[in-house]
Design a protein around this ligand. Structure first.
Ligand code: AMP
Length: 544
């Protein structure tokens, strides 16, 4: 027997419409690339989003078209999120830290019809101009007075909006229609696209609102340091308006002093980001011997937050919530707020728990499997590959059969590539990574790609790239080389030169070590596990 309830499609635009109706004084405060601070309420944001939707229509954007953004966290980027998906198109956020080659691959793979770009990133497009999809419109996210001189045919964001109606007849798009697209690095080869739907995005907004209420509640002032180009700023541009929290957008100013000032001036109550940025903030707090006075919670994820960092902030009265997730999961999977039952624990015991990645959020199921695919017990000891399923998790990669085929088990669960244990109380602890990727400052580097590039040097007989722990960037790549001629090893700068043809400078290995032979597994693969053990205590040149 079926229930007898109405079925309204879950739509992203309804979040902003709701915020404008119910939380009209909620605001978006943005540090602009133009250099000043801008404020708008959710009511104004909703009106400008309508104007933008009209402008997109006028540009010829249609249902399902991909519209790219190359931008910092700011109100115009927020308006694009809602206008693009609201009118039925797909908002494709591009990570400006990718190499030119990766960016071109993504833009062409997504077949973007238009790209909206912050002033800062116009030079990136100028360098790529000849290879962009033909007919792609470029819109600079600024006003007429700040339009750059350029050989490109550039449109101006504020000019596009000008004169359009502040209301729009938002279509009742299917809740399963594509709404957002975000590429993530593959272990090998090209980036892979996670294609979010309206339904998955709205449900994810509810999931984070319910799971992290200390950050997300009416009147909260939340500063997303995590970029809107990296998994939708972990869902904050949807979760914050949903609950009536204001958003304080840092734009390009992500250094410790700028973040501290913005937090203090705007009364920021919570902030979300990767461990690397909190190091900068921590240094600034130490320097000033002060804390932003309203700051109540930091959510740290994207890489493991160290116990020492969590302890430092907690000691200053800031609650730290460690979180784990993935681009493919929209992204939040777990969060480490302690259950009430743990109130009686000592501070030390609490810190032990908070250093783990936490318990699953509603809507995410987890299992760990051994190498034969058998389920392992949730006893805090057994460690295996973590698989997940839920409503905000991908069921395939966008137009990429090969990657899709490799990503799921026979029961249809998604393989995360993380090796983890889960204890009896549901706390997840990430132990290792089976995917061959290195995470530096929250961004990926493919070790296999670097290895292939290094092998192109005639002086390299064999090589491997592994992650080395780094105090600022969490992980950095080390190149381990078996030279053709031990007496005449290849210089690292020549190998860097080969790599720079394909990857960005920050993705280059920090150092090279020579070795006689690479350790092998029983199946004849390079044993990265053994290599990681060998170089466990390795100190990179700039890691002091
Ligand atoms: P991304 O898709 O770029 O968000 O990266 C997701 C991956 O980052 C996960 O599969 C993990 O390998 C890693 N990761 C994310 N959060 C954490 C965390 N809190 N602790 C350890 N690793 C993490």
């Amino acid at each position: 027997m079926q229930g007898m309830m109405m079925q309204m499609p879950l739509r992203i635009i309804e979040i902003l419409q709701f915020a404008a109706d119910v939380h009209p004084t909620g605001e978006i405060v943005s540090v602009r690339t133009e250099g000043d601070l801008h404020r708008e309420t959710y009511v104004e944001a909703f009106q400008r989003t309508a104007q933008l939707a009209h402008a997109l229509k006028a540009l010829g954007i249609d249902d399902g078209d991909r519209v790219a953004t190359l931008a910092w966290n700011g109100y115009r980027h927020f308006e694009l999120y809602y206008a693009i998906s609201g009118m039925g198109a797909v908002c494709h956020t591009i990570n400006p830290r990718l190499s030119a080659e990766q960016m071109l691959y993504i833009v062409n793979h997504a077949e973007d019809r238009a790209i909206f770009v912050d002033l800062t990133f116009v030079p990136i497009l100028e360098a790529l101009a000849a290879q962009l999809p033909s007919g792609m419109r470029i819109v600079v996210m600024t006003d007429r007075a700040h339009m750059p001189d350029s050989a490109l045919d550039l449109l101006c964001y504020e000019d596009l909006l000008d004169g359009h109606s502040t209301t729009f007849d938002w279509p009742l798009v299917d809740e399963n229609a594509a709404a957002g697209l975000c590429y993530t690095s593959g272990t090998t080869g090209n980036p892979k696209g996670a294609l979010y739907s309206h339904r998955s995005t709205v449900l994810h907004a509810f999931m984070i609102a319910v799971s992290v209420p200390r950050s997300l509640h009416e009147g909260a002032r939340i500063l997303p340091v995590v970029p809107m180009f990296h998994v939708n700023s972990w869902g904050l541009p949807y979760g914050a308006p949903l609950v009536g929290a204001s958003m304080i957008m840092p734009g390009p100013a992500l250094d410790g002093p700028s973040l501290f000032d913005l937090m203090e001036n705007e009364g920021v109550t919570a902030s979300w980001g990767v461990p690397t940025v909190w190091l900068g903030l921590k240094a600034e707090m130490e320097q000033r011997n002060a804390m932003p006075s309203k700051l109540d919670q930091l959510v740290i994820g994207g890489s493991a937050a160290s116990r020492a960092m969590i302890a430092w902030f907690e000691d200053k009265g800031v609650d730290v919530c460690h979180a784990w997730g993935m681009t493919e999961m929209s992204p939040i999977g777990t969060q480490a707020q302690l259950p009430k039952a743990q109130d009686g624990l000592s501070q030390d015991e609490k810190l032990d728990l908070k250093s783990k990645q936490g318990r699953r959020v509603y809507g995410v199921e987890m299992k760990i499997l051994d190498e034969e695919g058998k389920r392992l017990p949730h006893d805090g000891e057994a460690a295996g590959e973590l698989f997940v399923r839920g409503n905000a998790i991908i069921q395939g990669y966008f137009n990429n059969e090969e990657a899709t085929n490799a990503a799921f088990d026979a029961e249809g669960w998604f393989g995360t590539g993380d090796v983890a244990s889960i204890d009896e109380t549901g706390f997840l602890c990430i132990q290792d990574r089976s995917k061959d990727l290195i995470k530096s400052g929250g961004e990926w580097i493919s070790s296999i790609d670097l290895e292939n590039m290094a092998m192109a040097h005639p002086g390299v007989a064999n090589c491997a790239v592994i992650a080395i722990a780094h105090p600022k960037w969490e992980e950095r790549p080390l190149l381990v080389v078996v030279p053709q001629d031990a007496a005449n090893p290849p210089p690292l700068d020549e190998i860097h030169g080969l790599m720079l043809e394909h990857v960005a400078k920050w993705q280059l290995p920090d150092a090279m070590e020579l070795i006689e032979a690479l350790p092998m597994t029983a199946t004849g693969k390079v044993s990265k596990l053994t290599l990681r053990k060998t170089f466990k205590d390795y100190v990179l040149p700039d890691a002091h």
